[in-house]
Design a protein around this ligand. Structure first.
Ligand SMILES: [Zn+2]
Length: 328
């Protein structure tokens, strides 16, 4: 709330200036004057100290909604039926847009088999997954991206779309992973709301089983090899925290039968009804007992074990799990 207010006031003043400009240039007067009076009402509410409070219940309106539209006067609980229907339609549309940004749920590329499940908590998700075949690579050359934008819902999903677009552009420019991430970080940092950041894993795979992996503050992916699970810990901070950051990557080789398992904290930070956390150890145990399964089976086993652990406790976060296996 506190962080939204100064933004909103500055936005209102800026919008007022633009509307007056449009009126001066002969824009549609009745409509613009209506906007102007709504803006002046909002500025009056600022002066009176009542700005940002719902007209119906007088509780604070959700900060991210105010940021997106500083003229709104009702909290989510007190929208009129037609406003509420319009919001539902918009969310449905946002969800369809987000679905078009996802890679196919199962794919085979050369020596690699990949499967993932993407389960938003609400209509849209702040989780991010993408698999890209770089231009000019052979069938086994792949780049994958896997991450989690802080927060949930529409704001996070829009940042996910933003990150998706900048990564796709950067991949085509052919930078090494570290440089690609540094550039993505700068773009993300300079174009987002300051209270959002993203944890992100970026990896490059080749036909010899080579893996180059960069982990910017994300839950450690598990490399399942020969009955062992190696946790590939973060090599840097999440992106969007500081505009200038260095990112380093690590190298590994996957032999036929090895699998890399990636997950968002919707897995390890889930709670059961008694307040116990699922945790990394249980994730590792489940992964190891299904390490020989094809990627789709391994992912399904993880999702199922989490559901069993959670029981009737409510889900509280988006969840994404992806497995990448080097086939024999
Ligand atoms: Zn209200």
């Amino acid at each position: 709330m506190e962080t939204a207010l100064p933004d909103a006031q500055a936005q209102l003043v800026e919008r007022r200036r633009r509307v007056e400009d449009l009126i001066a240039r002969g824009g549609p007067a009745p409509q613009l004057e209506d906007f102007l009076s709504q803006i002046d009402d909002a500025l009056d509410r600022f002066a009176a100290g009542t700005y940002g409070l719902c007209d119906t219940c007088h509780d604070p309106i959700e900060a991210d909604r105010l940021r997106a539209d500083p003229l709104i006067r009702l909290c989510l609980d007190h929208l009129t039926p037609s406003e509420s229907r319009a919001l539902e339609r918009d969310l449905e549309l946002a969800s369809r847009v987000q679905a078009t940004l996802l890679p196919p749920p199962q794919m085979t590329a050369g020596t690699w088999q990949i499967a993932y499940q993407y389960a938003p908590l609400a209509t849209v998700s702040g989780d991010y997954v993408d698999v890209i075949r770089p231009e000019g690579g052979n069938g086994s050359d792949l780049l994958f991206l896997f991450g989690d934008i802080t927060g949930k819902g529409v704001a996070a999903s829009m940042l996910m779309a933003h990150l998706h677009a900048s990564m796709r552009t950067l991949v085509d420019l052919g930078f090494p992973l570290g440089q690609m991430m540094a550039r993505a970080n700068r773009v993300f940092c300079e174009s987002t709301m300051s209270d959002h950041y993203a944890t992100l894993v970026c990896g490059r795979l080749d036909s010899t089983g080579g893996l180059e992996l960069l982990n910017a503050g994300h839950c450690p992916p598990l490399l399942l090899h020969d009955g062992r699970a190696d946790a590939l810990e973060a090599t840097g901070l999440p992106i969007g925290l500081f505009c200038v950051e260095d990112f380093t990557s690590r190298q590994a080789i996957l032999v036929p039968g090895d699998t890399l398992l990636l997950y968002t904290d919707g897995l390890t930070e889930a709670f059961d009804g008694d307040g116990n956390q699922y945790g990394t150890e249980r994730a590792i145990a489940t992964a190891l007992s299904h390490a020989g399964d094809p990627p789709g089976g391994l992912v399904a086993a993880c999702v199922e074990d989490l559901a069993q652990f959670r029981g009737t406790a409510r889900r509280e976060d988006d969840l994404t799990i992806m497995a990448i296996r080097r086939s024999t």
